[in-house]
Design a protein around this ligand. Structure first.
Ligand code: AMP
Length: 420
């Protein structure tokens, strides 16, 4: 063991488990790629002001959880705590929204950083796959994103997740509700911090998990009752489209989410096997974000799904992903000449698209066969001096144990045909 350990709240992804993460990322990306979303990558850090303005000055993410720092050159940067603000910044900077082809549909996959209190399912470095549809106000787009996330989870074999749906209103009706909620909260028995939060960002108080707070919130005014006609009609349309697609959801009038930029549609995917960190993904509409970061009005919608928690959800449901062994053929040379011959054959197999590996380190037959088994390879090719003198190698089927000699020059064709 070295003197160093992974920093608190982080963990390493190691084989064979790391294959699950790749599979989860691929499964989430697949429906997006089939639906017109293009891949985008942005830097791991941004100007800190982007998140302060975008995510919100009063959110936990910005006030408590951001890895912000000053560079030697005096730039104020932050490791990205989420993806949406960066993606929108990039789209605006490159004028993607000016091509006349709206919405701009983008998907991403990457690492995100939040200085949180670590626990199972909550890390300081975590991984998300996300999607954003920028520049269109259309309930079908909100519905599309929810349907695609549902499809991604189902394609992984997950079923014990639920979709919580709400509308947060718009700049017309939300302020009216906000004032009503503030009036209500001021009459409650709350600690000073919470009262301050009620002043700055009252909707966030609804998200307070403490039972003594929740108890007092049962009669809180609901945004649902304050939505303007346009927001109500929009929300009804989203609900109808999702329902027509056969995707089940629950109305959750108290769902607010931890980011300030959301308007109208907001949703969260929760999984019932995960304990307190039950949100596996979330998102919503953010019609005002572009203007908040200095861009034109660009109504948009998006989500981010947590890869770490999706893997935990798979484990909670006992879903075994169908991950084929990465190595199909394992070569076991016995002696110097065999080493040269088989190494060349392994290279040739790989060039022909057959996943092959080799017993390195001059192992004896027993140790090398153990490595062959561990690799998960379907076939082993074993060769010693005597085999080579006859121009053959031994081809062993690792499943049936059956073994037979084949010519050295037939190896590639034989394995290609056997492996289909
Ligand atoms: P959020 O941006 O907070 O809505 O997060 C979207 C998704 O990212 C969540 O539903 C989680 O699956 C995942 N996520 C957020 N924060 C963390 C964290 N600290 N550790 C692990 N996953 C996280």
């Amino acid at each position: 063991m070295s003197t160093f350990k992974a920093p608190k709240g982080t963990y390493d992804l190691l084989p064979p488990d790391s294959a699950k993460y790749l599979a989860v990322r691929a499964a989430i990306a697949a429906p997006l790629r089939d639906s017109g979303y293009g891949y985008i990558e942005t830097p791991g850090f941004e100007n800190v002001e982007l998140f302060a303005r975008g995510v919100g000055e009063s959110t936990d993410i910005v006030t408590k959880e951001m890895y912000a720092f000053e560079t030697k050159g005096g730039d104020r940067l932050a490791l990205r705590p989420e993806g949406t603000a960066s993606v929108l910044r990039a789209a605006l900077e490159s004028n993607l929204h000016k091509t006349g082809n709206l919405p701009v549909k983008l998907w991403y996959s990457g690492s995100y950083y939040r200085y949180e209190r670590p626990q199972k399912g909550r890390y300081r470095h975590f991984s998300q796959v996300g999607a954003e549809a920028i520049g269109a106000e259309d309930p079908a787009l909100d519905a599309e994103l929810i349907i695609l996330a549902d499809q991604a989870y189902r394609s992984l074999g997950l079923s014990r997740f639920r979709i919580l749906l709400n509308s947060l209103g718009d700049k017309e009706c939300r302020p009216v509700y906000r004032a009503a909620l503030q009036g209500f909260l001021r009459g409650l028995d709350l600690d000073e911090d919470t009262l301050r939060r009620a002043d700055i960002n009252p909707l966030r108080v609804l998200d307070d998990k403490r039972p003594e707070v929740q108890k007092q919130l049962t009669d809180a005014p609901l945004l649902r009752d304050y939505l303007c006609d346009a927001c109500t009609a929009y929300h009804d349309e989203v609900r109808e489209l999702i329902t027509a697609a056969g995707v089940a959801f629950e109305d959750d009038p108290k769902l607010v989410r931890g980011l300030d930029y959301y308007t109208r549609t907001t949703f969260e995917f929760v999984h019932d096997g995960l304990g307190s960190q039950s949100a596996v993904g979330g998102g919503g509409r953010y019609d005002g974000l572009s203007e908040m970061i200095g861009g034109p009005a660009l109504p948009s919608v998006g989500w981010a799904l947590g890869v770490d928690r999706t893997v935990l959800a798979l484990e909670a449901e006992g879903v075994e992903l169908d991950l084929p062994a990465t190595t199909s053929v394992f070569a076991v040379p016995l002696g110097e000449e065999a080493r040269r011959v088989l190494f060349a054959k392994v290279t040739e197999l790989r060039k022909n698209g057959v996943a092959a590996d080799f017993a390195y380190g001059g192992k004896g037959l027993k140790g090398a066969m153990k490595s062959a088994h561990r690799s998960g390879a379907r076939y082993a090719i074993v060769a010693g001096e005597r085999d080579l003198a006859e121009g053959v190698v031994q081809l062993k089927d690792m499943e049936s144990g059956e073994q037979r000699a084949i010519g050295v020059n037939e190896i590639v064709a034989e394995l290609e045909s056997r492996l289909g």
